[in-house]
Write a protein that binds this ligand. Structure first.
Ligand SMILES: Cc1ncc(COP(=O)(O)O)c(C=O)c1O
Length: 393
């Protein structure tokens, strides 16, 4: 590759700036990290940065499916509309729509693409989208792609949201939020938001990548995510989620009405113009849903969360931000430099917690994003807390 001097300068100076600001990113090799379910305490790293909240990605039934695979091809090598559709999609979509209490569901290759494909398709230049200021990058990108007017409301501030809706005279209005926020770990006020949505005739879209199958109604028998936590499943018009977090698999999906599903099949470019999710991932996700529906892993996760909270009271960690029942616990440190150095020191002591910096969070609001899984042990959790305490003293 021969780049002109100007082009070289452009890339190099941008990367230099990121380094100067402590915002440079590089890829770590994943098997540096010790499995959360490892029983061998002498192995070097415990992963507290996973989205595998239920530990299903390591479930032996799912791993066995890989090795004993009865699939006749690696991939369908086609989009679903051309020759990539198989009965496994329909089977998975049926169980997911049942899980979400919707008429139907539609699989996308990833959660990122589910957001891009859905939001950019249901909104257009006649629409205003009201988007929480902390929404995930895939939601932000999707909003931009739709060419709608975008009104960003203050994080979880229902007064600001209502004011903005009231003042807006767009023909069509869409409210979009995460369920459990991916970095803050707190929950969208879906109880209020669903009321506002119906009062002002909006479409309510909830991306619950981190709450789906993890939390549910307070009786903890239905893990339908943040919407079921607030008992507003039927008020949410479009549920979006990832298969690679609570379910420990890979892929994304939308749960909605039959009408909307047909609309997406016909209009959603991120659905139409890309290869279908390989069959094996549909089968894996289907099996993962059955395992998740047993509910035992969520109970273990919630026990771990309670244990984390109780143990943390033994230390002074003022940056810790708990949300009851949420598996994401940020430790806000502020400075990017500090977040990098504490994360590095933790890693040396055997705990991997990724520092989260701008643009994922605001400048000078860097944090360590601690995520808890059902397969963490009490010893691992208390070890992390006491190590953090000693590093922050
Ligand atoms: C809120 C949210 N939505 C969507 C995604 C994307 O999901 P996927 O990893 O399946 O592309 C993520 C991933 O981190 C996320 O946090």
């Amino acid at each position: 590759m021969v780049l002109s001097k100007d082009n070289l300068n452009f890339f190099e100076s941008n990367l230099k700036d990121l380094k100067r600001l402590n915002l440079y990113r590089y890829l770590r090799i994943q098997n540096e990290f010790r499995d959360t379910n490892s029983s061998e305490d002498n192995l070097p790293f415990i992963n507290f940065s996973t989205n595998d909240y239920l530990g299903l990605s390591k479930h032996e039934n799912l791993l066995n499916l890989f090795s004993s695979s009865h699939f006749s091809s690696v991939s369908q090598c086609s989009s679903r509309l051309i020759s990539g559709n198989t009965p496994l999609f329909e089977k998975l979509e049926e169980i997911l729509s049942h899980h979400r209490h919707t008429e139907s569901a539609l699989i996308y290759p990833t959660g990122y693409m589910a957001n891009i494909g859905t939001i950019s398709c249901i909104a257009n230049n006649q629409t205003t989208i009201f988007s929480d200021e902390f929404n995930h990058a895939s939601i932000i990108d999707a909003c931009r792609l739709s060419r709608a007017k975008i009104e960003v409301f203050l994080h979880n501030d229902m007064f600001d949201l209502e004011n903005k809706i009231k003042k807006n005279d767009a023909k069509r209005k869409v409210i979009v939020t995460e369920g459990i926020f991916s970095m803050n770990g707190d929950m969208a006020r879906l109880d209020v938001m669903s009321e506002l949505s119906s009062k002002y005739g909006c479409i309510l879209v909830v991306d619950d990548a981190h709450g789906d199958f993890v939390i549910g109604d307070k009786s903890q028998t239905d893990y339908g995510g943040t919407a079921s936590y607030f008992k507003v499943e039927n008020e949410v018009d479009v549920h979006i989620s990832s298969l690679s977090k609570g379910l420990g698999c890979f892929g994304g999906y939308v749960a909605c009405s039959d009408l909307l599903r047909n609309y997406l099949i016909n209009k959603s470019r991120a659905f139409i113009f890309t290869s279908a999710l390989p069959d094996i991932f549909c089968e894996l996700a289907y099996k993962a849903v059955l395992l998740a529906n047993m509910g035992d892993r969520q109970k273990k996760l919630h026990k771990n969360l309670k244990y984390f909270e109780e143990q943390s009271k033994n230390y002074t960690l003022p940056g810790l931000r708990f949300t009851e029942d949420s598996p994401i616990i940020p430790l806000v440190l502020g400075s990017e430099e500090k977040s990098l150095s504490i994360s590095d020191s933790l890693l040396k002591k055997g705990y991997f917690v990724q520092p989260i910096r701008y643009p994922t969070v605001k400048r000078n609001e860097a944090q360590l994003r601690i995520s808890i899984s059902a397969i963490h042990t009490s010893k691992q959790i208390s070890g992390l807390l006491s190590t953090l305490d000693s590093l922050l003293k």
